[in-house]
Structure formats: C-alpha cells, structure tokens
Write a protein that binds this ligand. Structure first.
Ligand code: SF4
Length: 358
C-alpha cells in the first residue's frame, strides 16, 4: 500500500535534514490548529511552508468539496477526487449532541448486491487511505467535531485494503486520534477482511449485512456470498466475538415481500440463537429499505411500519436484542450504495446495464 501523505511529509522533511519536531508541527497545525493550507502553518518557517506547498500542493486535502446538502441534522457533501471521481460523505447530528460521519471507501462497487444502486454501477476504483480519511478531515477543517466514523458509505469497506490504512490514520494519536471504538465498519461478508479486522483492529465495531437467514436467498441478494458463504461468515463472526469480547451487529434490510415473512423471522431468530454468545454479543439492526426513487437492479419495496414493528416484537419476544434503525431519512446502515445512487441522479451518468439472474 502506498504511504499516506502524512508519512510522505515526514520523509520529505527528514530528507531535507529537518528535525522530527517539524513534522509534528505540520500535524499539529492541521489537527490542532485547523489549518488546511501550508501557507497558514505559521510555526513553520516561510521557506519550508513554500517548499511543502510546491511538493504537495497548496493544501493538505486531496478531495475538493463540490456540493453539500445541509439540513439541521444532516450534511451530505459530495467530494471530487484529483482524477475527477466523486464520492459522498454524510454527517449526522444526533439530538444528544453526538455527531457521526459516514464515509465512502470506493467509487462504485463491484459486488452487485441486487438492492443497491452502487452495485449496479460497478467498481470504478478503490479510494486511497488519504481519500477516505480526508472525508473526515474536510469536515473537521470546516469546524465540525466528529465523534464517530462509520465505513458505510459508497463501496464495500473490507473489499478495499486501503480501508485498513484509513483505520490506522484515524486512530493515530498524532493525527486524528479517534479511539477505535469510535469507528464502525459494515460488510456483506468479505471473510479475509473480517479476519484481518479481528486481528488488527479488534475494537472497531463490526456490522454484518445479513438481510436473509437463508443461504440460497442471500446468494441471490448478495452474489459475493457464493464465494463467502453465510455459514463461513457466521463462523468468522463467532470467532470475532470470542477474540474481541465485542458485540457484533447484524443488519437486516427489510424489503416488502422478500424477507419479511414469518418464516424469515423464525429463521433469523434461530440463526441468532445458534450463536454461543447470542444473548450478549449479537444485536439485530432492522433497517427499512429506502428505494429513493432511483432504479436499483431489482425494484424492491419498503416494508410498512407495522411490519417493522411486528418483526421487532417477534425478536424481542424471543429474547433477541434488536432495534429499528432510523437515520434521518437516509438509511445509512442499509447500504452503502444509496449515496452513490444520489450522485448518479445528480450527475446524470448512465448506469451500467445490470446482468441477469440476480
Ligand atoms: Fe457493494 Fe455494499 Fe452495494 Fe453490496 S450493498 S453492492 S457491497 S456498496
């Protein structure tokens, strides 16, 4: 993986024979002083500021905000990368005063989940660790305090190795200094990435997108689960719980007439109760499918509120911890893809034809 710009700045200054405190001054100017432009980093000598700007460009950010849609609770910002790609991040402000930022990890996604518009676009490219963490930095430089970061925007975070570079940058105490417990990752079940998360970042919150308790149906909804079968994913989750002692979240996107039957809820309860630590370590997040009026590969429909409440009551009755997630009209936990769907609508680009059989 290519070194982050923070490491490149350290190498650049070290090569010039500068003492290590100069690098710390740059980091402090960005993260404690809120300066995004090298010219404003006044503790540094003028010549050094100019040299940094020549080498790295005038500012520290590799992304440029292009549009923002802001309400009292939500700030959705579309960023442009240096090569003209676009990704979106969403800041949510909770009533208790907590702010959470949902970041993207890929431009598009290659996994083709049938409920997801991003999947229909295909993978345009992975974001770098700098581009992922810059979504956080851009909001911070804009004066926002970010309390937590979820890797649930565009793309499958664990299909991009650079996500691990971003975890490292965000948790480094000389940079973003966010505790790992303030980070959350959602995955459809990329087993090598899940195992790496357990080993390297055991404190990061993990959400597994389940969406069906039945392996065959899940393979229809999430084609990559043919490669990483449900039973294997559950084994990895059980191990994650054993090793980390942390709770795992199971996201269940409720789609009318698809996965909201009594049989499905019974299957979901059984699946959870088969886990060794199900009472304390598994939590189901029910998410209402949000079609957003944009063509997803298959035209699913939202479940009624009464159906959501019925499923919640059944889980409660069985002793399974569960919550209906509400995200200010943006079903962030639902998926990834829906942010990019918005981008497609704005940009007016044609979507790639969807292959059949999914
Ligand atoms: Fe990719 Fe996530 Fe969409 Fe599936 S739901 S296609 S993993 S972005």
């Amino acid at each position: 993986m290519e070194p982050s710009k923070y490491d490149r700045i350290a190498y650049f200054l070290a090569e010039r024979g500068e003492p290590a405190y100069r690098t710390r001054q740059v980091y402090d100017a960005v993260f404690r002083g809120g300066h995004g432009e090298f010219a404003d980093m006044h503790p540094l000598p003028q010549g050094m500021r100019a040299d940094l700007a020549t080498e790295f460009g005038p500012g520290i950010l590799s992304l440029k905000p292009v549009t923002a849609s802001i309400s009292q609770q939500v700030n959705k910002t579309l960023f442009e990368t240096a090569d003209g790609e676009r990704v979106e991040a969403v800041l949510m402000r909770f009533e208790a005063g907590w702010t959470s930022l949902c970041v993207s990890t890929q431009v598009g996604c290659g996994l083709g989940c049938t409920f997801c518009a991003t999947g229909a676009v295909g993978l345009r490219r992975n974001l770098t660790a700098d581009e992922i963490s810059d979504q956080v930095l851009a909001f911070q430089l804009g004066g926002e305090t970010i309390d937590s970061v979820s890797f649930m925007g565009m793309g499958e975070a664990l299909a991009n190795r650079a996500s691990f570079g971003a975890f490292e940058l965000l948790t480094r105490d000389d940079l973003f200094n966010l505790g790992a417990r303030r980070l959350s990752v959602s995955t459809v079940g990329i087993i090598p990435g899940m195992k790496r998360l357990t080993a390297e970042f055991p404190q990061i919150n993990l959400t597994f997108s389940l969406h069906s308790p039945f392996p065959e149906q899940r393979q229809e909804l999430i084609p990559v689960s043919r490669r990483y079968p449900l039973a294997d994913c559950l084994e990895v989750l059980d191990n994650h719980v054993d090793v980390t002692g942390r709770k795992v979240y199971l996201a269940y996107l409720v789609m009318a007439g698809v996965n909201d039957s009594e049989e499905h809820v019974t299957g979901l309860v059984d699946l959870v109760k088969e886990r060794a630590h199900w009472e304390t370590r598994f939590h189901v997040n029910l998410v209402r499918f949000n079609p957003l009026g944009i063509e997803s590969p298959i035209a699913y429909e939202s479940a009624d509120e009464s159906v959501m409440r019925r499923i919640l009551a059944r889980l409660d009755g069985a002793g399974v911890h569960a919550t209906i997630r509400r995200s200010f009209g943006v079903d962030i936990d639902a998926a990834c893809g829906q942010l990019y769907a918005k981008y497609q609508a704005h940009a007016g680009r044609a979507m790639r034809p969807v292959s059949s059989g999914r």
